[in-house]
Design a protein around this ligand. Sequence first.
Ligand code: ACO
Length: 377
Amino acid sequence: MTVCEYKPGLEGIPAAQSSISHVDGQKGILEYRGIHIEELAEKSTFLETAYLLIWGQLPTKEELEEFEKDIRYHRRIKYRIRDMMKCFPETGHPMDALQTSAAALGLFYARRALDNPAYIRKAVVRLLAKIPTMVAAFQLMRKGNDPVRPRDDLDYAANFLYMLNEREPDPLAARIFDVCLILHAEQTMNASTFSARVTASTLTDPYAVVASAVGTLAGPLHGGANEEVITMLEEIGSVENVRSYVENLPPKAKIMGFGHRVYKVKDPRATILQKLAHQMFDKYGHDMHYDIAVELERVIKEKLGDKGIHANVDFYSGLVYRKLGIPSDLFTPVFAIARVAGWLAHWKEQLAENRILRPTQIYTGDHDMPYTPIAQR
Ligand code: ACO
């Protein structure tokens, strides 16, 4: 076997052959199964997009209706899961609550039949259906309230916002949230997807696959950045403070919501999210943190644009979520609700041609060392 050069962060190393999504980081293009993200954001729904990602083609009308019906039916969570979640500390981060709850599904649906398409479909339906219910349930329970039952007459996005805010959202808010889910559903071989594929490759259950991916998404260099962006915008406080904030950062400080391993131009999802933010402000009132964000993007472009550092998906998403009544520590769980679709598509693809993911390392330690007795150390 040839010994390869070590690449920190595995930059540029292919970890799979995949036909799920494609990014052109120089041109700012993202496609799901060959369809441009802009077109899906305009014409599709999240569940249709999830079907496309997972089964490789757009569903027929009947297939989509059946899929949506199954997901409605599986939205409820067992009372034992709710009781378990009631014991979580209310100070715990909702991503930790979600990771634990997702893993717990494996206790309740323990049968594993990875070569059975009916099992795969059921697991996909359960995870897509139950993750939003678990996110909303934790939010209400940590406030001391009972969780709200899902409503079968509401579609996927509207039902989540209803379970979260205890009131039915208006159609524009529900549609904007659905588009946010489409934008976050998949993004090639990112850290959490890699984590999902490593876990999948051991042939464990899909709940463990999703739980490991949720844990990976939680970090501030990945999905957790959207929460940090809002904290940063609040800290900056006004448009006038932007330049001095940036100039007073310690050398090499990472500015949250900027930079990407693959995109060297502005992330196309950031552009769409910015438009959605405008639609939200037109209907529900302006947010002055948006003006700070626009100025920050301008200053970063001036200072770091030459290095290919531009706004990524996490930069504008929080501003949209805030207007939808989503608290900032739920931004990453909401990202996870969407990304479950991509993780499941990769789970299915990994199983189709599985070989356990077991890379190598370059050993830099000692050899043939003596064992020193404890008294002599
Ligand atoms: N602010 C300032 N400088 C940056 C930023 C940033 N946000 N991102 C990268 N750079 C600089 C680095 O300092 C480095 O500079 P150098 O070459 O002079 O040392 C260079 O750009 C390359 O940066 P790396 O960290 O090596 O790039 P990498 O591809 O490993 O990291 C990452 C990508 C993690 C997204 C990084 O850009 C970052 O930390 N961004 C902030 C966190 C963030 O927004 N994460 C969300 C990403 S999107 C997502 O996961 C959903």
